[in-house]
Design a protein around this ligand. Structure first.
Ligand SMILES: Nc1ncnc2c1ncn2[C@@H]1O[C@H](COP(=O)(O)OP(=O)(O)OP(=O)(O)O)[C@@H](O)[C@H]1O
Ligand SMILES: [Mg+2]
Length: 271
């Protein structure tokens, strides 16, 4: 696989800096009997050119964390930043512009527009932002994701896995500062999933792309540089240079619910 030279990457300084940060982030849904504390004082940072996986039981707050950090959902307290911009300081229009220009999304619901072709969906965010995709990069993304023969199809004419890959291509093509992906391999067979993960990994290595990915799969997580574990709306553990076995081992020790197991101290670190 070959990638465009680093100078083809637009304008953004990426080395070492923090791409996104949450500080004491809490998110409460509902009130009274339906009150749910989805995130409970989460502090986490994602460094540029790093591939982070977020894992945790269903309902532990993974999607909420991504939505809050990407400015797609309001927060109850704390703060969130993309680069050095605090999202809470932005008005609606500034927030929309920041999401459009600096963030890539791959969500469980793919959010493809039904009336547009696959290619139009892929280039839509850049069209809206008035930017032109790098043709070589676009072609490479499309080929690697196995979409070359499907570019004229509409979403309804594509399988679930193909729609997933269109959503991934859309995020990668714009080369945003950070990509938030919620189970991007969830609808893929293991071979397509492995290809996609290898591609994400390479985009981090070769293009200094920053990727944050929610996954339930220990093998998928092992493609990341770092795994952050959530349980009950809190970060309870972290692993660097993960192997699938190490991830499985940590998952087994995650608290399934309240009360938290004593394997974790008050700061959520293992002893
Ligand atoms: N819009 C909402 N209104 C009320 N409660 C919500 C809302 N969205 C999420 N929640 C609750 O917040 C908690 C965290 O949900 P979240 O979707 O972040 O979990 P998750 O870790 O992504 O789970 P999964 O692995 O099943 O996708 C859950 O208890 C969920 O029921
Ligand atoms: Mg989720």
């Amino acid at each position: 696989m070959s990638y465009p030279a680093p100078h083809a990457v637009p304008h953004i300084p990426r080395s070492g800096a923090v791409a996104a940060r949450a500080t004491a982030l809490s998110k409460v849904y509902g009130q009274g009997e339906t009150r749910v504390a989805a995130l409970d004082s989460v502090s986490v940072e994602f460094r540029r050119a790093e591939f982070t996986a977020i894992m945790g039981p269903s309902g532990s707050g993974k999607s909420t964390l991504m939505h809050c950090m990407a400015g797609l959902d309001t927060i109850s307290s704390g703060s969130t930043r993309i680069g050095d911009v605090e999202l809470g300081s932005l008005g609606d229009r500034q927030l929309t512009a920041l999401r459009r220009d600096r963030i890539g999304f791959v969500f469980q619901a793919f959010n493809l527009l039904p009336t547009l072709s696959a290619l139009e969906n892929i280039t839509l965010p850049m069209d809206i932002a008035g930017r032109k995709p790098d043709p070589q990069w676009l072609q490479q993304v499309v080929a690697t994701l196995g979409l070359s023969g499907r570019l004229a199809h509409r979403p309804s004419q594509l399988s679930g896995g193909q729609q997933q890959r269109v959503a991934v291509a859309r995020a990668l093509t714009a080369q945003p500062e950070i990509i938030f992906a919620d189970e991007p391999t969830g609808n893929l067979d293991s071979r397509s999933g492995a290809e996609l993960l290898g591609f994400l990994h390479e985009s981090v290595r070769a293009l200094q792309q920053t990727v944050v990915m929610v996954t339930h799969d220990a093998v998928a997580a092992s493609y990341a540089d770092r795994v952050v574990f959530l349980a009950d709306g809190r970060i309870v553990d972290e692993l660097r240079e993960p192997t699938a076995d190490a991830v499985l081992d940590r998952m087994r020790r995650l608290p399934g619910g309240n009360p938290r197991t004593p394997a974790f101290d008050a700061k959520g670190r293992t002893s």
